[in-house]
Design a protein around this ligand. Structure first.
Ligand SMILES: NC(=O)c1ccc[n+]([C@@H]2O[C@H](COP(=O)([O-])OP(=O)(O)OC[C@H]3O[C@@H](n4cnc5c(N)ncnc54)[C@H](O)[C@@H]3O)[C@@H](O)[C@H]2O)c1
Ligand SMILES: [Zn+2]
Ligand SMILES: [Zn+2]
Length: 393
């Protein structure tokens, strides 16, 4: 089959690789009809996360048709149309029993690597680092889905791939980021980053009852999409983020702040140079600029919710603000399986149509160009979907 493989910094290639096979009795094999590129893939593309190996198959947002099931798969059969959750989760361990699926204790065969960095290991993920299992991803014609009964949701007829694909990641991610804010009627929410995750965080904050949402970015098309979602936009290249947020909230600060940017924050000015140099010299894992701003701007007693991915050990975090302002900090890779059914219901009820975020549709063979366009944020690119079985016209 064909798959999009990682080869190094800004180097991905679509290649012929062996077809996936059933390995364990709970596995299924999916023929992928639609897949996507995520902001998290850019961290790999930019070689900012360790333990990738040449030839690794990328991609963790995918859906398709079941073509084969292992002998212990109960819920699925050949021909079922499914969306696959990006964390791989056993459904039975201490964490899965509590629906903390991204923390599954049974899905990362390389848990020892993550333990060294984090103390304990999170779940294995598709198309990510070897530290998180080294599982083949879904930017491919087929994928093996371990624990298939737990990691998939069946899609009823009448919904297009584009309406449901993002149940695999970014819709639940934006939703969990907003849910973690514990939004009360009348609350204000600030969202840093108007990429796909930020867009779903904005819409989810309103679905959960926020009165006002402030959306922060610098790309006009991303700010425009946020505005279409009823957010009040702030271009951080034109105005000071802290001052604007204080002004808009009568001097209180937003009740909750969502970091939908993560480790690749664009940082203007001198503090930016500090993070860029330290990150380049591997003295700091991430550029935690947005996290710092969120802790600083958040209302006393409010919540800072981190959906953006961070990798390691970072400097100059204002812990004083966290402690003295009695802030609550929430985070995590998304517990996708917990959200798939209720969010599918919202799509069916027409509360939201997640396809609004798609700007680019391409065959899988164009993945290298698609990564470049998405990374450089050119051509109005906000979200790319790839069609593995579509051939060139
Ligand atoms: N927690 C999870 O499970 C999970 C799941 C999916 C994605 N993510 C993470 O969420 C983050 C966003 O993903 P995405 O797909 O939307 O990526 P993206 O790269 O498309 O979007 C990031 C956005 O942040 C903006 N940005 C950069 N610096 C900023 C700053 N200083 N202030 C305000 N905005 C700034 C960029 O302009 C861009 O629009 C990534 O870190 C990704 O890894 C986490
Ligand atoms: Zn993702
Ligand atoms: Zn588990």
């Amino acid at each position: 089959m064909k798959a999009n493989c990682w080869y190094g910094k800004r180097d991905v290639r679509v290649e012929e690789v062996p077809d996936p096979k059933i390995i364990n009795r709970g596995d299924a094999v999916v023929k992928i009809t639609t897949t996507a590129i995520c902001g998290s893939d850019l961290h790999l593309y930019n070689k900012l996360v360790p333990t990738m190996e040449k030839g690794d198959i990328l991609g963790h947002e995918f859906m398709g048709e079941i073509v084969e099931v292992g002998s212990e798969v109960r819920k699925l059969r050949q021909g079922d149309r499914v969306v696959v959750a990006f964390p791989i989760s056993c459904g039975k361990c201490f964490f899965c029993a509590r629906e903390l699926f991204s923390l599954c204790d049974n899905s990362n065969p390389n848990a020892w690597m993550a333990q060294k960095l984090y103390g304990q290991s999170p779940a294995g993920l598709y198309g990510y680092t070897h530290m998180l299992g080294g599982f083949a991803g879904g930017q491919a014609e087929y994928a093996r889905v371990p624990f298939a009964d737990v990691g998939t949701i069946k899609i009823p007829n009448g919904l297009t791939d584009e309406q449901v694909l993002f149940l695999s990641d970014i819709f639940p991610t934006g939703y969990m980021a907003a849910e973690n804010c514990n939004i009360q009627p009348g609350n204000t929410v600030a969202v840093w980053g108007c990429g796909p995750v930020g867009q779903f965080a904005i819409r989810s904050a309103f679905l959960l009852g926020a009165e006002r949402v402030f959306a922060i970015d610098r790309f006009p098309e991303r700010l425009r999409m946020a505005k279409e979602g009823q957010a009040e936009t702030i271009n951080y290249e034109n105005v000071g983020v802290y001052d604007t947020l204080m002004e808009k909230t009568g001097g209180l600060g937003p009740d909750s702040c969502i970091d939908a940017v993560g480790l690749e924050a664009h940082v203007p000015g001198a503090i930016g140079a500090y993070d860029r140099v330290k990150q380049a010299m591997m003295l700091e894992s991430d550029r935690p600029h947005v996290f710092r701003q969120a802790l600083f701007a958040c209302r006393k007693g409010g919540t800072v919710s981190v959906a953006g991915v961070y990798g390691g050990y970072d400097d100059k975090i204002p812990l004083g603000a966290l402690m003295n302002k009695a802030l609550t900090l929430k985070s995590g890779q998304t517990h996708v399986q917990h959200y798939m059914q209720p969010l599918l219901a919202k799509i069916q009820n027409r509360e939201i149509d997640p396809s609004f975020v798609i700007t680019h549709r391409l065959p899988l063979g164009d993945a290298p160009e698609a990564y470049e366009t998405f990374f450089n944020k050119v051509d109005g690119c906000i979200k790319v979907v790839l069609k593995p079985h579509q051939t060139y016209q």
